[in-house]
Design a protein around this ligand. Sequence first.
Ligand code: FAD
Length: 398
Amino acid sequence: MSEQRVVVVGAGMAGVQTAVALRELGHTGEVLLLGAETHRPYDRPPLSKDVLLGKAEHSRFEVDYAGMGVELLLGRRALALDTDARSLATDAGTLRYDRLVLATGAHPIPLPGRPAGAQLLRTHDDAVALKASLRPGARIVVVGAGWIGAEAATVARQLGCEVTVLEAASVPLAGALPADIGERMRGWYAEAGAELRTGAAVGGVRESSVLLTDGTELAADAVVVGIGARPETGWLDGSGIALDERGAVAADDRLRTSAPDVFAVGDCASFPSARYATRLTVHHWDNALQGAKVAAANVLGADERYDPVPYFWSEQFGRMVQYAGHHRPGDELLWRGDPSQATGWGALWLRGDTPVALLAVDRPRDLAQGRRLIERATPLDRARAADPEVQLKAATVA
Ligand code: FAD
């Protein structure tokens, strides 16, 4: 591999970590890291937290690219891929590769018709633009009560805006969590002074208002849309790289794609999970970090399997919400603590006696312990696991 050129497409968390890992694993050949944005690579989670709040100006990664011998090609977009010729067409010429890593992330889903007044929150520029609208007293309409919507609403309230959150489903976080759990989060909005309207579908966005499909018109100084994200893979059309039914690069359990020497990692990819017996697409930070290490190792000829217990966190309405694992309909839901109390609580999903997923609200220790129990598939005693006074690691079957 010493003379091999590795090209990484996408300079977000997954791409940067892949480049760093290649060097850490001793690769001495060229590493080219291509990013469509002109900003130096940065982390996204702070965009809906400290950057939006004004506590941080940017969230750039602290990586010495030049010192590591990583050639950073910013403001350069990959346009097409020819896997037979091992060449990547970009908007500034063609690049040859020996090994290629696809790490182009995801793009936010816009409202139908992409109304001009609706702002998205994916990039540093998006966060800066939205921040300018979050003035005290400004009427902010957030479309979508998912992770991004909840965090944007949190910050907008902290900055003194009037906030209305519109959610088409009947509860917050309907796409990620069972309705029973989402229902317990409804009160968080009111408590923070934000109005949450569920069952509210947006019909259109005007210059200074939002129109609901039921005819209601809400005045809005700014509208922010957080209704999900799709893998950024359109540029691979015609390349022959296999995508899954959701448009993610269908990687295998080594993060290899359908083309020789082409790997995929992060938000743009899905992979088969033996642990959960399903193909997973994980649009969360930890997947970009952990997947990158495996992708880099396999680029260099290792044979590492990627089968993580997925993890993410969200900071909303003064709470730390963390989730590890993967649940599916039919898994038993076990409450841990009382969600109606101000103190932290959680929920466990069990298959038989084995924990497969955990939600922890303001209980980071539960998350740390639960994640290990899930990783090791350690059977739990239901009564003890439901008791928040008992540490999770002490709730195992005797
Ligand atoms: P990305 O970060 O999307 O990076 C992909 C990069 O590729 C982009 O910079 C893009 O410009 C570039 N690119 C795309 N196409 C091309 C091309 N054709 N050529 C060249 N470059 C290209 N996760 C959590 O677990 N917790 C959180 O609290 C959390 N908060 C978040 C807050 C926000 C506002 C956002 C947007 C995401 C948040 N996430 C969070 C998710 C997490 O940030 C993502 O899962 C992670 O950024 C994925 O990294 P990635 O490198 O796969 O993709």
